[in-house]
Design a protein around this ligand. Structure first.
Ligand code: HEC
Length: 147
């Protein structure tokens, strides 16, 4: 389980640090994961395609954005359980995408959930390019709502 959430001021400081420093924890970061999936796909991740993919609803109305929010620069909310989710954008949540196994696990699970299949390398590269380019939209959303 993740450790207890730090106070908002620490989160903001960490987000600011993450804008200039490489990720501090884990075995990877979003830049390296993006490079990996771009190489697997044979083309660079595409921000616009990633954004469209992230917001696209399936026949039942489910989408990545349905749980993670759009843009995912603030806390998400699980569409089924209502549970609060950490923001997906690394600029706002510095430990996002710092563990390869964790990212792989959630990609597998969430893609099956929404698409009924795993995401392709190109789809993963597109989503990562979109998420890597997101910046905090303001102090309010950078620190999230009530914790
Ligand atoms: C039903 C709710 C739900 C949907 C829909 C969903 N996710 Fe998630 N996702 C989660 C949860 C829960 C986590 C774990 C977050 C946590 O522990 O705070 C997560 C985590 C992730 C992670 C891991 C991030 C990391 O730090 O490594 C990725 C990547 C991800 N989701 C991508 C997607 C994509 C792409 C889609 C659309 C195909 C999607 N998700 C749709 C619930 C969802």
């Amino acid at each position: 389980m993740p450790p207890a959430l730090p106070p908002p001021t620490l989160v903001l400081a960490a987000a600011l640090a993450a804008a200039t420093l490489p990720a501090r924890a884990g075995d990877t970061d979003i830049t390296r994961q993006l490079a990996h999936w771009s190489a697997e796909a044979g083309r660079p991740g595409d921000v616009a395609r990633g954004e469209a993919f992230f917001g696209r609803r399936n026949d039942a109305g489910a989408s990545c954005a349905g749980c993670h929010g759009m843009p995912p620069t603030g806390p998400g909310r699980h569409a089924a359980t209502g549970k609060r989710l950490d923001p997906l954008a690394p600029a706002v949540h510095p430990t996002a995408f710092t563990e390869r196994a964790r990212t792989d696990k959630w990609f597998r699970r969430n893609c099956r959930d929404v698409l009924d299949r795993e995401c392709s390398p190109a789809e993963k590269a597109d989503v990562l390019a979109y998420l890597a380019g997101l910046r905090p939209t303001g102090a309010g959303s950078a620190t999230g709502g009530p914790r």
